[in-house]
Each structure stands twice: as C-alpha cells, then as structure tokens.
Design a protein around this ligand. Structure first.
Ligand code: SAM
Length: 270
C-alpha cells in the first residue's frame, strides 16, 4: 500500500520501541485504550495484548479497512475519523472509565492533537505519544532552557510531561526527515491549585510568549496593557520587570497573571 506523506504516514518498524510504548502506559488490564493514528497496526497489537479493548482512530480509509481485517472487532474497534473530531467524552462514557491514550502521531497536526487532548483531560487518564524530537523537547522543557515556551507551559498546566526515549529516522518506514521522541503525559490539571482560570491564564501565557526576543513586560505593552498596570503587577508578584517569560516558572507566571489588574489585562483588550 503506498504511503500518504500528507497524513504523516511513517510506520514504526522497531519492535522494541512498540513494546516500550505499550509498557509506558502502565497496567492496562481491564482498560479501554484509545490509539491515535494506528496506521497498519504496529502498536495496536501490543495495546490489544495488554488492554481489554482498543479504540483505534484512523483517518485513512484503506488503513482503517486493513485494520478491521487484522484485529477481531471484540478486541479492537476501528473508528475511521479525523481524531480532531473524535468524541473522547463519549468514548470514555461508553467505556465507563477514563481513557489511556497512545499514538505515533501524524507530526503535521501535533499541536492540534495536544490541544484536543488538553481540552478533553477530564475524560483521559494518561497519554504516551510519539512526536518530532524537537517538539518533545519543547513540551517537557523547564524554565530557563531554550526550549521553554508557550507549548511547555500549555501542556504542563494539564499535567507533568516527561520524555521517555528517542528514535532515529531508521526506526520508521519510510524514514522521516527528523528524529522522534516518545513522551508521557499524566493528566492532572494545575489551574485550581494555582488559582487561575484556564482561558484567562492561557491567554495571558500566549501574550507574554508572543515574541521571544521581547521582555515579558514589553510583550504585555505590545498587547495594549497600560505601563502602570504592568509595573504594579510585577511589583506585587515580586517578578523582575526585565524578565523574559521563558525564565519564569509556571507558578511565577500564574502569580503574575493574577496580579494583573483585570481592567487592564489582555483579556479586556478583545
Ligand atoms: N501507528 C502507526 C505506526 O506507528 O506505525 C502509524 C503512525 S503514522 C506516524 C500516523 C498515522 O496517523 C497514519 O496512519 C495516518 O494515516 C494517521 N492520521 C493522519 N492524520 C490523522 C487524523 N487527522 N486523524 C486520525 N488519524 C490520522
């Protein structure tokens, strides 16, 4: 079957990596697992061997049809659908439990998939996902590192993320142009603990990381926040006004976001 590069079809051909991905989800006995982009089923079999059921969401019609011939319907339900439209809440309700998620993602839509999972965190348990290595570096980055930014803070607000292992292009066929990495994400949102509203805080984070070259206060100024309000908020939060957003921990960003006068925060600029 010819592969479709537009759908990110680089199939995993590394049996050891398949086992590591399935093992990294932890104990799957009695669990229903969602697999994103099962492709020809490289990971699906390892998941089906551990879980009570696999819901495999594949956009490609031919691959979905092939998977139905490979796996018995009572072990694997193949859903031929764009994962961005997949109803995780309904799948979780049908399974009567929160769902572990696995997938060697189509790299072209990694961010959209991560945002979709974040939006559905309440119905999810944990995820083990293959992404481009540089993206995994950004997802798991700590404050002060070159890779720390909007993606790190957004993902980590929904729970801790850790890189598990990396793979060279030769682990796939056809080989992609990039290295890949598998990371694990445990869904445990931090909004309540840090006393911030998700939409308000994530909008603040998008504003302060808007331009990496600029200081945090210059990004706020560029978004139309009054200089006085910025000075007051930095003083109240105890944050150096010359700081760049990538130097600040999630806790410091949360405290600064709360100290912004609501009448002058980026929220009121819409
Ligand atoms: N899991 C297989 C493996 O590891 O060999 C295939 C992984 S391949 C990197 C990505 C898979 O996602 C392909 O099978 C592709 O057809 C599928 N895919 C691409 N876009 C998708 C989408 N929007 N929704 C669901 N599946 C998608």
């Amino acid at each position: 079957m010819p592969t479709k590069p537009k759908l990110g079809q680089n199939f995993l051909n590394d049996a050891q990596a398949v086992q590591r991905i399935a093992n990294s989800l932890g104990d799957l006995s009695g669990r229903a697992v969602v697999e994103i982009g099962p492709g020809a089923g490289a990971i699906t079999g390892a998941l089906a061997a551990r879980a009570s059921h696999v819901v495999a969401v594949e956009l490609d019609h031919e691959l979905a049809a092939h998977l139905r011939t490979e796996f018995p319907a009572e072990r694997v339900t193949v859903v031929e659908q764009d994962v961005l439209n997949f109803d995780f809440a309904a799948a979780s309700a049908a399974a009567g439990q929160s769902l572990p998620v696995a997938g060697n993602l189509p790299y072209g839509i990694t961010s959209q998939i991560l945002l979709k999972l974040a939006a559905n965190h309440a119905t999810l348990d944990r995820a083990v996902l293959m992404v481009q290595r540089e993206v995994a570096d950004r997802i798991t980055a700590s404050p002060g590192s070159r890779d720390y930014g909007l993606l790190s803070v957004t993902v980590q607000m929904y729970g801790p993320a850790e890189t598990l292992f990396t793979l060279p292009p030769s682990s796939f066929s056809p080989p992609p142009d990039v290295y890949s990495a598998v990371f694990r994400w445990r869904f445990a949102p931090r909004f309540e603990e840090l006393d911030v509203q998700p939409s308000t805080f994530l909008r603040f984070v998008r504003t302060v990381f808007a331009q990496k070259r600029k200081t945090l206060s210059n990004n706020l100024r560029a978004a139309g926040v009054a200089p006085d309000a910025i000075t007051a908020a930095f003083a109240q939060a105890g944050v150096d006004p010359r700081a760049r957003a990538e130097a600040l921990t999630i806790e410091a960003l949360a405290s600064l976001s709360k100290c912004m006068d609501t009448s002058s925060s980026p929220d009121s600029q819409e």
